[in-house]
Design a protein. Sequence first.
Lengths: 273, 302
Amino acid sequence: MRRTRRQHAIIYLGLTVGLVLVVGPFLWTALSSVKPEREIRRDPPTFWPETWTLDNFVELFERVSIGTAFANSVIIALVLVVTNLLFCSMVGYAFAKLDFRGKNLAFGLVLVQLAIPAIVLMVPQFVLIAKLGMVNTFIGIILPTVVTPLGVFMMRQFISDLPDELIDAARVDGAREFRIYFRIILPLCGPALATLGLITFLSSWNNFLWPAVVAQSENMYTLPVALNILNGNEGTHYNLLVAGSVVVIAPILLLFVFLQRFFIQGIATTGLK
Amino acid sequence: MNSAVPAAVVRLTLRRSWIGWMFILPFVVLFVVFYLGPLLVGIGMSFTDMRSTDVTNPLAVDVVGVDNYLRLVNDGAMRRAAVNTVVFVVTALPLTIGLGLAAAVLLNSGIARLPAAFFRLGYYLPNITSIIGIAVAWKFLLEPEAGLVNRLLELVGVQGPNWLQNQSTALPSIIVMTAWRSFGFNMVVLLAALQTIPRELYEAAEVDGAGRWARFRSVTVPSLRPVLLFCTVYSSVGFMQFLEEPLVMTRGGPLNATLSASLAIFGQFGVGNYGYAGAASTVLFTVIVALAVLQLRLGRNR
């Protein structure tokens, strides 16, 4: 469709206004986090910091155990990335390339799990975790998501597109199924694994409700949980809160900017987050 | 078993079955233990008076039939939560999908690749950001005195309200924040669909004398129907369960003005009323499933 220069200008204007509204809150928070507390409260406000300072971050890490929470979030996210890469590709491979009785039924379960609302499961899952003595443990936070239906679905889609000939040739050679999966399939799954790893890291990093329920002492808090406690303990310390907000958002922002391709691919291949 | 089938083939099939199940075992075990089991237990719990103190002593739990469900109907807070949830879904859903569609259409209207990717990146950003990080940013923006929103309003001579503490503005604030946060997802999905619409359809419509708006209505919207249906079902299932937004922004206040169904259930869980929370979540689950089925039916038949 042909467009005049004026129409183009209007489109760009609309998109730019939208961008300011979408990114503005992040920018404002980030700029505020490097202002001294007095400047944050000043009226009229300064947009660009007059005085640049990292005091808010120093205070945040000294007064609240944000360092521990940060480490906990990283550990939990990395463990979940490893388990999901391994299990989702294994399960996805079986659904894509192996024939077995009850396969369709089992795959139906994947879709069922995708559809069960989290809130419905929360109470009984917590009772189960309590019964297993896993309240306030990493394993309690991690276990329900070591293999996710979305990951299984994604890996199945990807592996289905790999040529059968590869597997047949290996079978003729007498290779065992596990060996085929590990030596032939897995090395070909690079792009899908990258996407799955990113999505897993992202959802673990941002996960709030379940860790908030399971982690009950400060040394077990993840970053969002610790930040929420700070948020609840009176929101007048906006200097600490905005710094905390930057600490939780920045790592994801960096991942996103550098690995955008994989995020968008993830949505495209699964039609889901 | 047909005797004509050689024993070796039977053995091979059985071995294959066994291997297949070994591969999917991690998923199956987790599904049964952490999803199917809890789902059934939760429904079962809803017919009992189970409380948090009964976890260690299951014998103290009594079956109370449908008492929990009857209590739900007469619970003012729960009714308020149901109304809030409906209001939230009915307003946030068109807002989110509308913004997503607008952004997708603009990005698809022939602008260069690089700026398009840049805008898409920006618009998608809130979608992948921690809710608590966003809540802090928005609370800071909406703060009555120091907040940027009210200071900007002051410039044009308007005294802005205490957005999150005012009964009439708290829920709308959360609705706007949610649309702001979620439209990027719909944008990406809709943009992908827009790019598959054949150019010839537009050209044919143009030849027939259709204007810009007519082309949008007669070509774009019908072509997007399946994807719009997906966005609607996906978003309404998510919005029906909205919980974290009010939990971190307002704790459901002021005076339950932002209490959602899920947040009310979470609250009952917090005070240890497991049976009652189970009943409320069973109702919510049923409503969500029914709504999704209804939307799919309507969307397909039209």
